[in-house]
Design a binder for this molecule. Structure first.
Ligand code: PLP
Length: 403
């Protein structure tokens, strides 16, 4: 068996152990401490725009707290991009609210401003004005934030940006996650940088972040004893994990550069292959971290399954795109506004190995394997389409069987 090529695996720099060792040396093995403060500070400096950051146990926890802080409750409706990972939508249900899913648009694969507005208008007509909008920067690609924020402001609905996959991406030169009322990041093991598990809540509104820190540490009132006036959560990041995060922040620019390099590499190497399309930044306003390189396979000669099978056989990790939420069994009763764009993307899309630690040899191995599938399938197809070679092919096959 050839050595495994991962889709997106953790990639440590040089300083992570130093921060973790500091945590041990000072016995700050707690969900609080100097590394947590340090990581929050590093993120605030990196994101700019005067945002405040709370480091939390996961991106999912950050989304959940954002909804709690915005007062989303049982019976409410929250608009959510359909084309995403389930963690974008699950916290809506934790609150007893209902997701209303909105389709993607073609250029970014993210929330369609057109269907967003249609959904808002229709829900208002039904007496159910949405409580919040969750927009996702999928695979690192910034969503059309100008259009989305304009609509949200016009109807006075708060926006939460799910930037779990998009640390390092910018829209009009500004970090994604800083446009909405709140934004979230994830530092799960497969994301662009990792704390082994972790996340963050971002907001320019310091009150939101203070409230998030309060809620994330069991909502303890200021009192000499343990007193609670609100339901709290255990959602803070550990000081050990935050140490990993501080080390990772020091190499973030290199990680973004490498992921973007992977994208360019694949795009160039597979440029001549009919039926493979790349999603590039749709204009100078968009700067994707290209967390994962994704392709659309649209060919009569080979299928997405052919490529997936061949890569898997070669011990190369690959993965279909996220299956839209409105197609998921668990959400099938939910409302959906759209026109089948996310469905088509799901049908044709594939994520290629995209880690920042891939070697040139590994990238070449992936490209070579795809090239093999495409060529084999193509020549088979040509034979099948040509009566004379069809006969030759049958003869050769028959002969080979007898030999
Ligand atoms: C990873 C991810 C999350 C969840 O983050 P966790 O830290 O794993 O909880 C949410 N949304 C999207 C789009 C993600 O990719």
């Amino acid at each position: 068996m050839k050595e495994k090529i991962w889709l997106s695996s953790p990639h440590m720099g040089e300083k992570e152990m130093k921060y973790v060792q500091e945590a041990f040396a000072t016995n700050w093995i707690a969900p609080l401490g100097p590394n947590v403060n340090g990581l929050e500070h590093d993120l605030e400096a990196y994101l700019g725009n005067d945002v405040h950051v709370a480091a939390l146990s996961s991106g999912t926890a950050a989304l959940h707290l954002a909804l709690v802080i915005l007062g989303v409750n049982a019976g409410d409706e929250v608009i959510c991009q359909s084309m995403t990972f389930s963690a974008s939508a699950n916290p809506i249900v934790y609150q007893g609210a209902s997701p209303v899913f909105v389709d993607s648009e073609e250029t970014t694969w993210n929330m369609s401003p057109e269907y967003l507005e249609e959904a808002i208008q229709d829900r208002i007509r039904n007496g159910k004005k949405p409580k919040a909008i969750i927009v996702v920067h999928l695979y690192g690609m910034p969503a059309r934030m100008d259009e989305i924020m304009n609509i949200a402001r016009r109807y006075e609905i708060p926006v939460i940006e799910d930037a779990a996959e998009a640390l390092g991406s910018t829209y009009k030169g500004r970090a994604v996650g800083t446009f909405g009322d709140m934004g979230i990041l994830s530092f799960n093991g497969n994301k662009i940088i990792t704390t082994s598990g972790g996340g963050a809540l971002i907001s320019a509104n310091e009150e939101y972040i203070k409230e998030a820190r309060f809620l994330a540490t069991q909502a303890r009132d200021h009192a000499p004893h343990y007193q609670h006036s609100q339901i709290g959560y255990n959602y803070r990041m550990s000081n050990v994990c935050a140490g990993i995060g501080r080390g990772q922040m020091e190499v973030l620019p290199q990680r973004v550069a490498q992921r973007r390099y992977n994208f360019d590499f694949y795009k160039q190497a597979l440029a001549d292959v009919d039926g493979i399309q790349f999603i590039a930044d749709p204009g100078k306003d968009f700067y994707s971290n290209h967390w994962l390189t994704t392709v659309l396979i649209d060919s009569d000669e080979y299928s997405i399954i052919d490529i997936q099978d061949a890569l898997t056989e070669d011990n190369i990790d690959c993965r279909p795109l996220w299956k839209p939420m409105h197609m998921q069994p668990v959400f099938k009763h939910c409302l959906y506004y759209g026109n089948g764009i996310s469905e088509r993307l799901f049908d044709k899309g594939l994520c290629l190995p995209s880690g920042s630690n891939l070697t040139e040899a590994e990238l070449n191995r992936v490209v070579a394997r795809i090239g093999e599938v495409v060529n084999v399938k193509k020549s088979f197809k040509n034979i099948a389409n040509n009566p004379i070679s069809c006969v030759t092919f049958a003869l050769v096959t028959a002969l080979t069987m007898f030999v």
